[in-house]
Ligand binder design. Structure first.
Ligand code: FES
Ligand code: FES
Length: 156
């Protein structure tokens, strides 16, 4: 059975008619074309499907889209573009902190959520924010360097 849902995504109100049990990740990717949201493990274990929900990094592969009505959803597409990357994207590019890039949107989301709350996170806060995000290419050391650089450069 399908149902109409109104989702607030990257500042736009989006009406979709879907099975309300469909995971949000699939609605964002397959119905709204936001393919920066990756459908990785589908089990809540890799972080590739993360988006910001009311500012909180949130995995979307295991929760139905209907749970997110009335919440403010931001995907990586809302955080910058290839022509105009956001600050986290720029830092990752400068640190060459991606190889295949599959994990990168989730990492951009996690770091953005972290830095909005605390522009000067310590090492343990940085590692805790990145902990849910697996990178099969081994880019984590460069990601850590990029986030430390952002924390150092943030105005006091
Ligand atoms: S795809 Fe959601 S955590 Fe892996
Ligand atoms: S850059 Fe390939 S999975 Fe992270």
């Amino acid at each position: 059975m399908t149902k109409s849902l109104t989702l607030d995504v990257n500042g736009a109100s989006c009406l979709v008619r879907v099975d309300p049990d469909m995971p949000l990740a699939l609605v964002l990717r397959n119905r709204l074309g936001l393919t920066g949201v990756k459908d990785g493990c589908g089990l809540g274990q890799c972080g590739a499907c993360a988006v910001l929900v009311d500012g909180e990094p949130t995995l979307t592969c295991v929760r139905p889209a209907a749970d997110f009505e009335g919440r403010r959803i931001e995907t990586v597409e809302g955080l910058g573009t290839p022509e105009k990357p956001g600050p986290v994207q720029r830092a990752l590019i400068e640190a060459r902190a991606a190889q295949c890039g599959y994990c990168t949107p989730g990492i951009v989301v996690a770091v953005t959520g972290l830095l909005r709350k605390d522009p000067h996170p310590g090492e343990s806060a940085i590692r805790a924010a990145l902990e849910p995000h697996l990178c099969r290419c081994g880019a984590h050391p460069s990601v850590l360097r990029a986030v430390r650089a952002l924390a150092r450069a943030a105005p006091r």
